[in-house]
Design a binder for this molecule. Sequence first.
Ligand SMILES: C[S@@+](CC[C@H](N)C(=O)[O-])C[C@H]1O[C@@H](n2cnc3c(N)ncnc32)[C@H](O)[C@@H]1O
Length: 182
Amino acid sequence: MIIVATLAHEILAEIDLLNSVTVDMTCGRGNDTLFLSRISKKVIAFDIQKDAIDSTRALLQEHQRDNVELVLSSHSESLSYLPKQIGAVIYTLGYLPHGSKEIMTHPETTIKSLEDTLPLLMDGGICVIVVYQKHDGNEAMAVKHYCSNLPSKEYDVLKLSVLNKELSPYIIKIQKKKNSDS
Ligand SMILES: C[S@@+](CC[C@H](N)C(=O)[O-])C[C@H]1O[C@@H](n2cnc3c(N)ncnc32)[C@H](O)[C@@H]1O
């Protein structure tokens, strides 16, 4: 069975992030934040729900991780919390597992956040978006459309999806090109 969260982590681990700040734009229950805290220097993690921030804090304490800044705020406001350069960023779209299905990510705020954040990626830096089509098909379409139109001179953009299972979650990987790349 393909587990998209595991695949997303494998993609983030492709590059050396040990000296970089990374960002979890939707920390939820903290699984992505915990992973990033192990492979990077510092993580800044956002969520709009206190329940999510509290869950993430508890998971980090359980695993004795102390290199994470948790921010109870929308990722559309993230710019004021971020340094000038980041190594990697992850968005896991949709709603909080075991939480309210009424509170979920939205295309407008997700795309605003991508517009703000992608320019901060270091050369070779990676943005991973985990898209749950079943949570919100409109957001999935809008995000895919936005990513498809990113300039190919600046970014490599890949979509990784399961071909033989309808509406399964998929991953969009955006990698900032190095100056030397064509
Ligand atoms: C699918 S969950 C994330 C799962 C999480 N990464 C994990 O490892 O458990 C999506 C999360 O996005 C959060 N969210 C929704 N809109 C948001 C926004 N505008 N800014 C930040 N977080 C948001 C929700 O509260 C929810 O916790």
